[in-house]
Design a protein around this ligand. Structure first.
Ligand SMILES: Nc1ncnc2c1ncn2[C@@H]1O[C@H](COP(=O)(O)OP(=O)(O)OP(=O)(O)O)[C@@H](O)[C@H]1O
Length: 207
């Protein structure tokens, strides 16, 4: 049996009256990236939500370090970050405030200097105090990416992380992924962009 930290076996997913996939197995080991590919509507987001423990499969199980994530959600959520389609920011709060709130919800109060350094790293120096409703789509996405820097966890699950990003933003995500893999992290990702990431990269096609 594989000793990969993330293992899924026999996954089946049905949305409405459509069977999206069945009998799906996957493993993810340290320093690996798995890119989930497929046409619009193939079930990529549905699969990522199941792997993140946000929805339940019709059949099968997802194991994290050998334990079913549905029965060990609290432990799983301390070791995994999920970034969905939407950046998930409160419109009236600034990037600094949004990140303080999300850090406080996860690992306790965060220090401003660390958050400001992360915002600078993602190219948002000078925008720390602008309410999120006044940011562009790409700037909101960059704010969301800061969560990866501020909350170092082994597993990233990223649904379309390049949404709204310009060329430099796409390079930034690639660099973050490469550093994460080099440190032994794991990542699952969907993307319609072809992306060359240095490291152990695999793909799973749902079409
Ligand atoms: N809440 C829902 N209720 C019913 N069907 C849904 C729901 N959400 C998604 N679906 C259906 O499930 C299928 C897969 O959707 P999903 O979002 O997983 O696809 P995707 O591969 O991520 O697509 P895209 O590339 O467009 O983001 C689609 O046919 C969609 O219509």
């Amino acid at each position: 049996m594989s000793d990969a930290p993330l293992r899924a076996a026999g996954l089946e997913c049905i949305r409405g009256d459509r069977l999206l996939f069945s009998g799906l197995n996957l493993n993810l080991s340290p320093s690996q990236l798995l890119q989930v590919e497929g046409a619009n509507g193939a079930g990529k987001t549905s699969l990522l939500r199941v792997l993140a423990g946000l929805s339940r499969p019709a059949e099968g199980e997802v194991l994290w370090r050998g334990l079913d994530i549905q029965h060990n959600r609290a432990a799983y959520f301390t070791e995994m970050v999920y970034m969905g389609h939407a950046p998930g920011l409160k419109a009236e709060l600034s990037p600094l405030e949004n990140l303080k709130v999300s850090a406080a919800l996860r690992e306790g109060p965060a220090d401003d200097a660390r958050i400001e350094a992360a915002l600078t790293r993602v190219g948002l120096g000078g925008f720390e105090d602008v309410p999120a409703r006044g940011l562009s789509a790409g700037q909101k996405q960059r704010t969301a990416l800061c969560r990866l820097l501020l909350n170092p966890v082994p597993l990233w699950i990223l649904d379309e992380p390049f949404t709204a990003l310009d060329v430099r933003g796409i390079t930034l995500v690639r660099e973050l992924l490469e550093a994460h893999l080099a440190e032994g992290g794991m990542a699952l990702m969907t993307s319609h962009h072809a992306l060359e990431v240095r490291g152990d990269c695999r793909s799973l096609n749902l079409s």
